[in-house]
Design a protein around this ligand. Structure first.
Ligand code: AHR
Length: 497
């Protein structure tokens, strides 16, 4: 018989706090992410509260979204904030040149985004326009949102219906400066960052943390250059980073969201596990310039990116979401927890109807994706204290000449005082038996939920929206020993007593 895998939780060696903002969302003006996805307008037949669809609001409230990043992405570097304020029927109509060339009527602007954040109790992360905006424009946006006195911009905000300044938690200067944000070098961008950051001002008790748009994939030069040359360095709260999971790692033929074979399954996990290596490499260069770890490393875009669903606008990046996506999300959470000393934020791309979404809508219909359920299962990890774990006797999962860990595990002491354990069995064919112990205490019981399904690509549809959802899970210790059975291709999250 195969030896059980063994997990030892080192409760006596607590690590950093797992910042709740690791569970943040990215919301861009892209496809049906905002329009239809969340904003339908007050006159819509879709049931709404002041223009926000009720079903989506309720699902997001239950998800406990800690923070949202808006308005892009590539869109941010062409966005003029003044287009999105004032009476909606007077706002200018523009073309969304990045995403499908569709009309953008600016019905969703600063006030609408901030009201959404207030309804969800989320922090906010505003992405400023460096690509086509001026330092004045960026500085004025921040003044509009945070101004307290009688300045013309604070008065304009009041005239537009918001008396009190908003709290702006994070602000980024540009997006993907190496690509759609202007095809810059790290040296040129760092100069611009210093320039723009000089003029970003807000009352001292409401100054957002400033984030620099950093590198992607294997490139560490952005993190290295920014942490060495931002001046003054106190103006750099974090460097951002983007990495997407593509089954084929080929941007021309990325792989399908559904109906894939086991070869695509394992290559997806090979690709997603690179996140760990890329974070490690960036942390190594940051440790040289910032050994006290004052500067964060925020993965503000990540997730699966497949070939767009046939018959949909290719610029809308709409894709289905299956059990595979839930496991990808969980593996990434576990990686982010392992790097919680620098990774204080991550934003999955994107919240609704775009890429690896939590929620899909089709006019008045809505469904929760397996990725939504993964985020929901991991709620107890928000602001929990990391506990290191030893994993023994877990043979890797191999297929097609490729190999990844069969078990991805994380543990933490929750804010509720409980010890939480999350386990991912990446093997799509074999269940796994795992002996669990916590150093220094005995464990009698594990209680929580499991997410698994029959097929690798099991997913929810608008006609069958509950095909895949979490089920209750529990296990009791026998003769003082707690053993968990993990179904093939599953995520299990339990608290231990
Ligand atoms: O998330 C979609 C796009 O991917 C974002 O707009 C851009 O920053 C990245 O390339």
């Amino acid at each position: 018989a195969q030896q059980n895998a063994e997990i030892i939780i080192n409760a006596d060696q607590p690590g950093p706090v797992i910042n709740k903002n690791i569970y943040s969302q990215f919301v861009e003006h892209l496809g049906r992410g905002i329009y239809e996805g969340i904003w339908v307008g007050e006159k819509s037949k879709i049931p709404n509260t002041q223009g926000y669809r009720k079903d989506v609001l309720a699902a997001l409230q239950d998800l406990q979204v800690p923070l949202m990043r808006w308005p892009g992405g590539c869109f941010a570097d062409e966005y003029n904030w003044r287009d999105g304020i004032g009476p909606r029927n007077k706002r200018p109509v523009k073309v969304n040149t990045n995403w499908g060339g569709v009309e953008e009527d600016n019905a969703f602007g600063t006030h609408e985004f901030m009201a959404l954040a207030e309804m969800l109790g989320s922090e906010v992360y505003i992405n400023g326009n460096l690509g086509t905006g001026t330092p004045r424009e960026m500085a004025e946006w921040l003044e509009y949102m945070t101004g307290e006195g009688k300045s013309t911009l604070a008065e304009l905000r009041r005239k537009n219906g918001r008396d009190k300044p908003w709290k702006i938690d994070y602000f980024t200067i540009g997006n993907e400066a190496w690509g759609c944000g202007g095809h810059m070098t790290p040296e040129y961008y760092t100069n611009l960052y210093n320039h723009y950051a000089t003029f970003l001002k807000a009352p001292s008790h409401n100054m957002p943390k400033l984030i620099a748009s950093g590198g992607h994939t294997t490139d560490t030069s952005w993190a290295e250059h920014l942490t060495a040359h931002v001046n003054p360095i106190e103006k750099l709260a974090a460097v951002s980073f983007h990495y997407y999971t593509l089954p084929t790692e080929d941007w021309k033929v990325k792989g399908a969201a559904l109906n894939f074979d086991e070869g695509q399954w394992i290559s997806t996990f090979v690709s997603t596990w690179k996140m760990d290596e890329f974070i490690r490499n960036n942390k190594a260069v940051m440790d040289k310039n910032d050994p006290e770890k004052k500067i964060g490393f925020y993965v503000d875009e990540w997730g699966t990116w497949y070939d767009v669903e046939e018959g949909t606008n290719p610029g809308f990046l709409y894709q289905q979401n299956s059990l595979r996506d839930a496991l990808v999300a969980a593996v990434n959470f576990n990686i982010f927890h392992d790097h919680a000393d620098r990774v204080h934020m991550s934003n999955i791309a994107q919240m609704i109807n775009v890429l690896q979404a939590m929620i899909l809508t089709d006019k008045e219909k809505m469904l929760l994706t397996p990725t939504y359920h993964a985020f929901h299962l991991y709620k107890p990890f928000q602001d929990a204290t990391y506990l290191p774990v030893n994993i023994n006797h877990a043979a890797p999962y191999t297929f097609d000449g490729k190999s990844v860990p069969s078990l991805s595990v994380t543990s933490a002491k929750g804010k509720d005082g409980k010890t939480w354990l999350a386990l991912v069995n990446t093997n799509p064919r074999e269940a796994k038996t795992v002996d669990v112990s916590v150093k220094g205490t005995s464990v009698n019981k594990a209680t929580g939920r499991v997410l698994t399904a029959e097929r690798m690509d099991t997913h929810n549809t608008f006609d069958a929206p509950e095909t895949i959802k979490p089920a209750d899970y529990s296990a009791n210790a026998q003769n003082g020993k707690l053993t968990l059975q993990l179904p093939a291709k599953s995520v299990v999250v339990v608290s231990l007593e």
